[in-house]
Design a protein around this ligand. Structure first.
Ligand code: 5GP
Length: 203
C-alpha cells in the first residue's frame, strides 16, 4: 500500500429509540440511499415473526434454546432481552463488514447500544425521539401487532429507553418522516462521504 492510501475501517452507526418511533423505516431509507457503502446488520431474535416478516430479511428467527446456544458460542457482539424476547447482533457479520471498510447500521435497543459502545467506542450513536409520548403511544397502538400485554410492556420500556437519550451524540425527532429522513441522511452523509476506505494495494 502506498502512502496516500488510508486504512480506515467502516463506521459503526447505532440507531436506538423507543418502539414505534420509526427506526426501521428510517434505517431502511438510509440503506437504500447509501448502499453498498452502508449495510444493515440483521439481528437474530427469538421472537416469533410477524405477518410479512421473512427469515433472513428483517431478522434471523430462532428459538430461545437456539439463541442461548449461540450466546454460549459467543456468536453475538451484544445481545439483550427486550420485551420478553432475545435479540442479538451477529458478531461475524459486523466484524467482516467493518474490516472490509463498509459502514454498518445497528438498529438496537439501549442496553445493546451501551454494550456495543464499550467494545466499539468510536460508534456514532443516534437516538430517534418521538415528538411526544402521547404520539408515540398512539403510533404503537395503531401498529396493533402485539397482544395488549406486550403493548403495555412496550410502552413501559419506551419510557425507560427515553431516559438514555443523553448517551447519544445525535438526536433526531421523528415528527415528520420526510424531515427526519433528511436529517438522518445529513448525519450519515457527513461521515460516509468524508470517509476514505481501505483500497486494495496496487500490484
Ligand atoms: P421489534 O420486536 O419491534 O422488531 O424490536 C424490538 C426492539 O428490539 C427494538 O427496539 C429494536 O431496536 C431492538 N433490537 C432489534 N435487534 C436487536 C439486537 O440485535 N440487539 C438489541 N440489543 N436490540 C435489538
Amino acid at each position: 500500500m502506498n502512502a496516500t492510501q488510508t486504512t480506515r475501517k467502516g463506521y459503526l452507526f447505532i440507531v436506538s429509540g423507543p418502539s414505534g418511533v420509526g427506526k426501521t423505516v428510517l434505517c431502511n431509507s438510509i440503506v437504500s440511499k447509501f448502499a453498498p457503502a452502508v449495510v444493515y446488520s440483521i439481528s437474530t431474535t427469538s421472537r416469533a415473526p410477524r405477518g410479512g416478516e421473512t427469515n433472513g430479511q428483517e431478522y434471523f428467527f430462532c428459538t430461545a434454546e437456539e439463541f442461548e446456544k449461540s450466546i454460549e458460542r459467543n456468536d453475538f457482539a451484544e445481545w439483550a432481552f427486550v420485551h420478553g424476547n432475545y435479540y442479538g447482533t451477529p458478531r461475524r457479520f459486523l466484524a467482516a463488514n467493518l474490516d472490509a471498510g463498509r459502514h454498518v447500521i445497528l438498529n438496537i435497543d439501549v442496553q445493546g447500544a451501551m454494550k456495543i459502545r464499550d467494545e466499539y467506542p468510536e460508534s456514532i450513536m443516534i437516538f430517534i425521539l418521538p415528538p411526544n409520548f402521547d404520539e408515540l403511544e398512539s403510533r404503537i397502538r395503531k401498529r396493533n401487532m402485539d397482544s395488549e400485554h406486550s403493548l403495555r410492556h412496550r410502552l413501559e420500556n419506551a419510557r425507560k429507553e427515553l431516559d438514555y437519550r443523553d448517551q447519544y451524540q445525535h438526536i433526531v425527532v421523528n415528527d415528520d418522516l420526510a424531515a427526519a429522513t433528511g436529517e438522518l441522511t445529513g448525519i450519515f452523509a457527513a461521515y460516509v462521504q468524508n470517509c476514505q476506505v481501505e483500497q486494495p494495494a496496487a500490484k
